[in-house]
Design a protein around this ligand. Structure first.
Ligand code: DC
Length: 267
């Protein structure tokens, strides 16, 4: 589907560290970090703001058309990645989508099949735009555009980008995930404790893995990465190593395909 864009799909349950890992991997590889959950969160936020109940499927689907993703330029020229930002009715949603009331209702919103179809379509459109940008741009511009995407979510390797070049399914024990999530929240000024987060993660795991539409499950060809006993550095390094070795073999395949074409022409 994408000719020049290298796509890394990272899926896994809440609190497995996907989003911080995806950003770090994207920064190191010069890729775009695509946070797909932010779109479902923006949709949940719009539903709350406009008092649309998750049971009112038609209205939620209509709202999904008003949710989008835009690419933010990197913060500096160092290793900061290109990031995506969710928009609701054309306005950046910022940190509002991380509020507890949004987190509480987002699993129900994201289990609506018809709303997922709209959101997935928009995620693929964004990737297509980058792929065509790389194809059409000159060498200088090409060097400044992201060379690939690290997309993280629940259905990236199975539904959104089933032909992704590298698929990772990240997991960690429930206790570890609850401790990490609670630390993150406390650091961002939200009072909580691991036990409270453990119950919340358990509740979201059940909804995400048992929903009828695109339930959270590893793609058959995903590399399973259990991060319970890994440091953040180790998990980032592991994914970068895998990506770099796949990129090398993709280049070799392209070179061989080129050699074959030349051989055929010559013979
Ligand atoms: O990763 P997160 O916590 O920001 O995700 C928010 C919600 O969206 C969560 O309930 C799972 C759902 N989600 C999804 O169903 N598919 C995705 N690709 C990303 C997130």
């Amino acid at each position: 589907m994408f000719t020049l864009l290298f796509i890394i799909a990272i899926d896994g349950p809440s609190g497995s560290g996907k989003s911080t890992t995806a950003k770090a991997v994207a920064g190191r590889l010069g890729f775009l970090s695509l946070d797909t959950g932010a779109m479902y969160r923006a949709l949940a936020l719009l539903s709350l703001e406009e008092s649309v109940s998750p049971d009112d499927i038609d209205s939620v689907v209509r709202l999904a058309e008003h949710v989008d993703l835009q690419i933010k330029p990197p913060a500096n020229n160092g290793s900061s990645p290109h990031l995506t930002e969710a928009l609701a009715r054309g306005v950046a949603v910022g940190e509002k989508i991380r509020q507890p009331n949004v987190t509480e209702c987002v699993s129900r919103i994201s289990s609506i099949k018809e709303a997922r179809e709209v959101v997935v379509r928009k995620q693929r459109e964004l990737a297509k735009r980058i792929d065509s940008l790389i194809k059409s741009s000159d060498v200088n511009e090409r060097n400044n555009s992201p060379k690939g995407i690290v997309a993280e979510g629940r259905d990236i390797g199975t539904v959104v980008f089933p032909d992704a070049d590298l698929k990772i399914f990240m997991n960690a024990s429930l206790t570890t995930r609850a401790q990490r999530r609670s630390k993150e929240l406390v650091e961002s000024g939200v009072a909580t404790e691991p036990n409270e987060q453990l119950k919340e993660l358990e509740r979201r795991d059940i909804i995400d893995t048992t929903r009828a539409e695109s339930p959270l499950t590893p793609a058959a060809d995903a590399v399973l990465l259990d991060t319970t006993d890994l440091s953040f550095e180790e998990q980032v390094a592991r994914i970068c190593e895998l990506a770099e070795s796949r990129m090398k073999s993709n280049d070799l395949l392209k070179d061989n395909a080129f050699d074959d074409t030349v051989r055929k022409k010559d013979s």
